[in-house]
Design a protein around this ligand. Structure first.
Ligand code: SF4
Length: 366
């Protein structure tokens, strides 16, 4: 069976490994482009956020390459994401597009339903194949965090940050091709070595900025207009806590501890948010407070247009910024976002942070 899934940064590497090990022929959608976005925008409801629209474009582009079934994550909670798989399925049906959508819902205590889903995806593969598939994809998920973090740390202190991008891209190719866990470890070790080897000894980043916000926007470079590379080229050290390997660890492996983690986030965000607001809204506020404590120079808050959880977080972050005197800029992204305007806003923010750093009088936090 020819199977596809939506893009979200580099997750195509572990997901492809997982599905191939389970015996699927995997059709990775072409990388997201304006064309992908245009397809999604033309077919999805206008007020939907980008995590609905862009995957519709991914599915249709993959179906043109022969995909027969698409796998989409489900969800629960106040954010609309939980409906998106169903909406995407209806959009494809209305257009008579021959692509079935399998929606994988998180267990949330309903282990019978979760078990039925696992059986559906597993088909007739032996459990040993499932264990092997999970093992290699797990290692690839964790590898993504290691390689991407190494690149974020190297860009601002490399002689040429574009060489870091190229080294990361080669490391990701090796990771994609790795067929065993030993090869995955080899790809990571070599990748980190090559990336960190590009750092200029003694060179310091110009600024340190944290990224917080909605997970899809933080992870998909097409949607965030490659903000990490842009900041790296401005010699900014970028930090973020929302990473895909970490997310998988906490939402799948440590799922039973999820309520405890949410409580911890709520404790950190106390005084600004009283509990989860859907999506990563609570995390955005808690992470911003943690980064503030760690002494970052500023915070960029990224969200797609009409994202309710992050709109709630945005108002809390305004107060965080005021209370802590820490500059926080919110950037809302949608199909109308122009690259030039986006870059100009970021450059203005960096200029503000640099002048604050130099102690220029009269430069306020916001
Ligand atoms: S968290 Fe926001 S952007 Fe993400 S799916 Fe939910 S509403 Fe959309």
């Amino acid at each position: 069976m020819k199977c596809t899934f939506p893009h979200m940064g580099n997750i195509y590497i572990p997901i492809k490994a997982l599905l191939q090990e389970l015996g699927y022929e995997v059709i990775v959608p072409p990388p997201c482009t304006e064309e992908t976005l245009n397809i999604g925008v033309a077919l999805a409801p206008e007020t939907a956020c980008l995590p609905l629209k862009v995957p519709v474009g991914n599915f249709i582009e993959a179906q043109r390459l022969g995909a027969e079934v698409a796998i989409m994550a489900g969800g629960v909670g106040p954010c609309r994401f939980g409906f998106y798989g169903q909406v995407q399925r209806e959009i494809l049906r209305d257009l008579n597009i021959d692509l079935d959508v399998i929606i994988l819902e998180p267990p949330q205590g309903d282990w019978n339903r979760f078990w039925r889903q696992v059986q559906l995806v597993r088909r007739d593969q032996p459990w040993s194949a499932v264990a092997r598939a999970l093992r290699i994809s797990w290692h690839k998920f964790q590898a993504l965090d290691v390689l991407e973090t190494a690149a974020r740390q190297a860009r601002p202190v490399a002689a040429n940050p574009r060489q870091v991008d190229a080294a990361l891209s080669r490391a990701l190719q090796r990771l994609d091709q790795a067929q065993t866990v030993a090869k995955v470890k080899e790809a990571v070790a070599l990748g980190v070595d090559r990336i960190t080897g590009l750092k200029v000894p003694g060179r310091k980043p110009r600024l340190r900025i944290a990224l917080v916000g909605e997970i899809y926007t933080l992870l998909e470079p097409f949607v965030n207009l490659d903000v990490e590379k842009l900041l790296g080229r401005h010699r900014v050290l970028v930090e973020k806590k929302v990473q895909i390997g970490d997310w998988v660890k906490h939402h799948l492996l440590l799922a039973p501890l999820q309520p405890r983690q949410q409580n911890q986030m709520a404790r950190i965000a106390k005084g600004y948010l009283s509990g989860p607001v859907g999506g990563h809204g609570l995390e955005s506020v808690a992470h911003a407070l943690e980064f503030a404590r760690q002494g970052v120079d500023g915070i960029l808050h990224l969200l797609p247009f009409t994202c309710m959880p992050e709109i709630v977080a945005q108002s809390a972050l305004a107060q965080v910024s005021k209370d802590l005197g820490l500059p926080i800029m919110t950037l809302v992204l949608d199909e109308q976002t122009g690259e030039a305007g986006f870059h100009t806003r970021i450059e203005a923010f960096l200029d503000l942070l640099s002048r604050r750093q130099q102690g220029e009088p009269g430069v306020a936090a916001r």
